[in-house]
Design a protein around this ligand. Structure first.
Ligand code: SF4
Length: 348
């Protein structure tokens, strides 16, 4: 009977260490294996040069790698690069490299799930079914692959990581946190957690859990409307996580971690971009320090929204800025290749 091999990178580290030691190898052999896998990113046991032959053979007989591979790459006129990536079971996900050379900022937007179970009405991913969660290694691989692209194209490594691609990260809580550990640990990619932002549509009890788990990364709430009726109409998750409940959870997150919190606010023409919408939004800006990123909307087929007119957006943003709120208005990137916010749907 053929042995079903385990994905070594999905194996619990303590368990892998136990297995290696139980077979008679000393503990440092486990450390060497982990270093090859996460720090040197090798996916072939034969390349693990300092391991004894019998350990390499044992690993080959019992374990396998399930690496993510780039399936298709699209280049936008503005420099953004969208990559469709293929998982070992043929599922497809997308990752986006957003370069801003003049600010020395090279950001990757990673996916955390194949598809999404939530159904935000403005989002292309929400129109796909959720197929499964990504493993921590699959999230890790996206960053490694996009980092290579950034080095090849811009001769600069990634500076920032945002979990804003396909899926809701807090519904894949364990693997997202595990991937952050791999990205930020000196035994992995060694990037500062302050360069990582996890973006959520807002699941109050998971935001509290992040605080209790003492995470070091930044949190972004996809707010998009600052009144419950409007928010629920575009984001059904708001029915169980209304704005007051979310604000209490964020207040708790801030008091426990002091990590940066931002609101993402996609501006939809004549839906959430009036002066009275700005006034509503202001009410949610005084409970903890918060930055607001106003994002230009990109239409997707099957949704009724349009992007805000420049003058409306101007009045909206100025109202908040004049009251001391940190606001950034972000022009969307990669629109021509469907790589912008809310457009990821494995179309290309
Ligand atoms: S916006 Fe995020 S949570 Fe909502 S449907 Fe899209 S991927 Fe899912």
């Amino acid at each position: 009977m053929e042995v079903v091999k385990t994905d070594i990178r999905a194996q619990d580290p303590a368990e892998l260490q136990r297995i290696i030691m139980e077979k008679g190898w000393p503990r440092y052999r486990y450390d060497q294996v982990a270093e090859w896998i996460w720090k040197k990113q090798k996916i072939d046991f034969q390349q693990m040069k300092n391991l004894p032959k019998d350990l390499i053979l044992f690993l080959e007989e019992n374990f396998v790698f399930h690496p993510v591979v780039i399936d298709k790459v699209q280049h936008s006129n503005d420099g953004t690069i969208k990559s469709r990536m293929k998982l070992h079971d043929d599922h497809l996900i997308e990752s986006v490299l957003i370069p801003v050379p003049k600010e020395n900022r090279y950001t990757v937007c990673v996916s955390s799930q194949v598809g999404c179970s939530l159904t935000c009405s403005f989002c292309a991913t929400g129109k796909m079914k959720r197929m499964r969660n990504l493993t921590a290694a699959e999230i890790f691989d996206q960053i490694v692959l996009v980092n290579q692209q950034s080095m090849e194209k811009f001769e600069h490594p990634l500076t920032n990581i945002v979990f804003m691609g396909m899926g809701e990260p807090l519904l894949n809580y364990k693997n997202v946190l595990k991937s952050v550990e791999l990205i930020s640990s000196p035994k992995g990619l060694g990037m500062s957690p302050k360069r990582i932002t996890v973006s959520t549509v807002g699941i109050a009890k998971m935001i509290r859990k992040l605080a209790d788990d003492g995470v070091k990364f930044n949190l972004a709430l996809s707010l998009h409307a600052a009144d419950d009726k409007k928010r629920s109409s575009i984001m059904p998750i708001n029915d169980q996580n209304d704005l007051e409940t979310l604000m209490e959870a964020l207040e708790y997150f801030h008091s426990q971690t002091k990590n940066r919190i931002s609101y993402e606010y996609i501006a939809f023409n004549e839906f959430n971009d009036s002066l009275s919408d700005a006034k509503n939004l202001l009410k949610y800006c005084n409970r903890f320090p918060v930055r607001i990123n106003i994002i230009e909307y990109n239409s997707i087929s099957g949704a009724d929204f349009e992007k805000s007119k420049v003058d409306r957006l101007d009045v909206f943003a100025k109202y908040l800025i004049n009251r001391g709120i940190m606001v950034t208005v972000r022009r969307s990137r990669g629109k021509d290749i469907d790589a912008a916010c809310g457009q990821l749907a494995n179309k290309g």
